[in-house]
Structures are given as C-alpha cells and as structure tokens.
Design a protein around this ligand. Sequence first.
Ligand SMILES: [Zn+2]
Length: 325
Amino acid sequence: MPKHARKPNYRNIALAGVIVLLAILIIILLVSLGGKKEPVPSAGPSDSVSFSSVESVAPSESSEESVPEESSSVEESSSGSKPESSSSASGTGVPNGQYAAMPETPYNYDTTGKIVRNAFDENGEVDILFPIDSKYYITRNFKVARLEAVDGDYKMDYRAAPHCKEMLAAMRSELGSKIRAFSTYRSYSYQEGNFQRKVKKLMDKGYSKADAYNTAATIVAIPGTSEHQLGFAIDVYLDSLYNKYGELNEHFEETEEYRWLQEHAWEYGFILSYPKDKIKDTGIIYEPWHYRFVGVENAKTIRDSGKLLSQWLEDQNIVYVYNGD
Ligand SMILES: [Zn+2]
C-alpha cells in the first residue's frame, strides 16, 4: 500500500450519494407524471371484422344504414377512389361481397328453361318482386317509379308506402313504440357516396384497397345492390338504441318491436331481408331492422318458405331480365 495513500473523502462520497438518490427520485417522479398523461388505449378487438356486432364491420363503424352515413349529405364520390372496374362486369363482374366491379352494366342471367319476367312493367315501374342480391342488381340508370312519404321525409315506392305507414302506425299504437324510419329510399349516387366513404374509412385503418372494398361490401351494399335503391326497403329503429350504440345494432332483435315485426311484418307485405341464419347466402351481415316490401299477397308465402326472396324465386323457376335502362 502506498505510504501516502489519501484517506477517502467521506464527505464527498456522502454528497455524491445524496445527489444520485435525488436524481433517481426525480426520474421516478417524471416517469410517473408522464405515465399519467398517456391515455391508456383499450386494446380491444374493435378493429377486427365481426359479424357478431351488427350491420357494421368494425363494431365502431357505422353500418350500411347507420345514421351518420344516412344523415350526412350526399357526397359524390371521387372517381379516383373507385375500385378497379372491370370491363367484363356483365355476367362475371357480379358483386358478391367478392372483389368485383361496380355494376355499371346490367347483369346477364341464364334464362334457359326459366319463367322469364321483366324487371319493369309497361309503365317502366320495377316489379315488386324484383330481387336484389349477389346475382341481381340495378344500374345507375335505374329510376324509381314514384316516391311517397312514409315517415317524415323518409320516402318509399308509392306501392309500398301506404303499407309501411300502416305498419309503423300499428307498432306505435299497439306497443306504444317510438319506432321510426332510419333509412328508406336511397339514390344510386347516395349509395355510391356511402360505399366509398366506407372503403376510405377501412383503407385509413390500414386495409388494402381490395380488402377494404370486400369488407365494405359486407356492410354497405355496393351501389346497385341495395334494396333501398328500389324504394322497397326500410330500416326501422329506435333512437334509444341508436343513442346507446351509435349505430344500427343487432341488439334490436331483443326489442319488443322486433318480436312484433317477426309476427306481423308480413301482414303489411314486408319480409326480413337479411336474417341471422342466411348471412352466408346474402353476403350481408344480420340486419334485424331491414325490411323489404314484396306485396301483401306474397309476403306470407315467402316468409313461410323460410327462404330469401331470391331463393324463393329460384324455387319458382322465375328469372328476371333487366335491360339497364
Ligand atoms: Zn337497410
């Protein structure tokens, strides 16, 4: 050991220790303060596509018919954001929840051996049984015959309107219900705007263009493929539920209004278009609020068959031809 080794300076060591301790305390304080400022994101499955939670994909998304999209003004979609359109849309480019072209041209349908019906009668009015599904769709040129108010500003085809009004009135008087129309007739351009907004929302969430298109198609009907465009469909819903979920939600099936509709909608000529057990067939999520007018004389038969309108027509060997004008 060196002779002149200096004695450790205990005072300096103690001072250094205090400084280190203080520094640690400050760091701890800063970290805990910083942590409090960060909102804790609730990591939920809310971004995943879920059929269990409504007419909408991502539960937090609004749905095909949800009010935000409904009530917002019609936005013409920019053609730039349009999914690739295939020139062979006719026949093969059938919208089916698959990545398909917008139906700009009428569909082709094999009429061999079928009972052929024209989509339009001699007055140019669309047949009340004309189906809208993955095979049948309408084009941009489609014109609804005549609209008539059913509930406030909500309008439907004049052939469906009186029955719809009666149905709503019956629910209100029998149940004391505040049921109202949330969506009825929609124009092609309105539907197009709705659809493009949904695609964009999904792309903003990181979906690829194709995935966004396909996913959007299960929630918002591709323009030309919504029964609302025919003027024969209505979404009935309750503000109380809407305020709770912020969208049209399948919890509607738990209401007495839904039970009433299950029992009585057919009496007014309406059938449920997108039942829970037919998601695979419709390609559309379960929509307990969406009803389609098929005429009082047909509704019971179709309902009792347990089939979708399009399946029922197929059973009858009926095919509709549509020239797109
Ligand atoms: Zn609907």
